[in-house]
Design a protein around this ligand. Structure first.
Ligand SMILES: *[C@@H]1O[C@H](CO)[C@@H](O)[C@H](O)[C@H]1NC(C)=O
Ligand SMILES: *[C@@H]1O[C@H](CO)[C@@H](O)[C@H](O)[C@H]1NC(C)=O
Ligand SMILES: *[C@@H]1O[C@H](CO)[C@@H](O)[C@H](O)[C@H]1NC(C)=O
Length: 203
């Protein structure tokens, strides 16, 4: 008798665990389907980027006439999607160019951007660039800037798309910005006269 009852008891327990697992898998399945549904129906839109400030921490012409730069840039980014979020990966690059040569570079902080979230990223950039015809130091020396300095900002960052708790796919996004500032002077925040960023990303 007692043996039979015991057997029944453990059988019932196994059955119960079985059901729990089935239910769990079912729930995970439903959640994954919902995530995929939102992803496909919403059609992920690229985040927007807006360079808000451009601070010159250092700008020094070295004895060999190379230019040493240190900038701090604030970029406002908005995720326009209602259900889709983005995870910005570690392995990113951002560079500032003057006449196609990189004068400063750095990386974005890795961060998670929830749906409909707006965040301002603070990014530190630094670099040294050679003195050559048409270089920034050359143009500054010859007083060619005329209160307007045209720069380009290039960003490459791996972005993981997520919905709820599900990571769906990873893409490599590149963003190009045309940036015009009034002046570059050590210790000053340059006035951003023009700022247009074009994200190039396929989700
Ligand atoms: C960024 O630059 C580093 C080093 O130059 C490189 O290893 C990495 O792959 C680059 N990342 C992207 C997304 O281009
Ligand atoms: C956006 O996300 C960032 C980082 O996760 C968070 O610090 C910030 O408070 C969020 N902003 C809003 C408006 O929810
Ligand atoms: C540079 O140009 C500005 C106006 O464009 C002028 O006021 C200034 O005197 C010039 N400086 C030099 C060193 O030539």
């Amino acid at each position: 008798m007692s043996v039979g009852r015991e057997g029944k008891g453990s059988n019932g327990c196994i059955r119960c665990i079985c059901w729990c697992y089935c239910l769990l898998f079912l729930l995970i399945g439903i959640a994954a389907c919902l995530a995929y549904y939102f992803y496909t129906t919403e059609k992920a839109q690229a985040p927007t980027y807006d360079i808000q400030s451009f601070q010159v921490k250092s700008l020094e012409v070295q004895p060999d006439f190379s230019l040493k730069t240190e900038f701090e840039v604030e970029v406002k980014t908005n995720n326009p999607n209602k259900n889709i979020g983005f995870k910005y990966g570690e392995n990113s690059n951002i560079s500032v160019l003057y006449h196609d040569s990189v004068i400063s570079s750095g990386k974005l902080p890795a961060f998670k951007q929830d749906p409909a979230n707006t965040t301002v990223l603070k990014i530190s950039l630094s670099g040294t660039s050679e003195d050559e015809a048409g270089s920034l130091q050359d143009d500054m020396k010859n007083n060619k800037s005329n209160g307007e300095i045209s720069l380009a900002v290039h960003v490459r960052v791996p972005i993981k798309v997520f919905v709820g708790n599900f990571d769906l796919k990873e893409v490599l996004a590149s963003v190009s910005c045309d940036l015009v500032v009034d002046n570059l002077e050590e210790g000053k925040t340059a006035k951003v006269l023009q700022n247009e960023c074009e994200p190039d990303v396929e989700f």
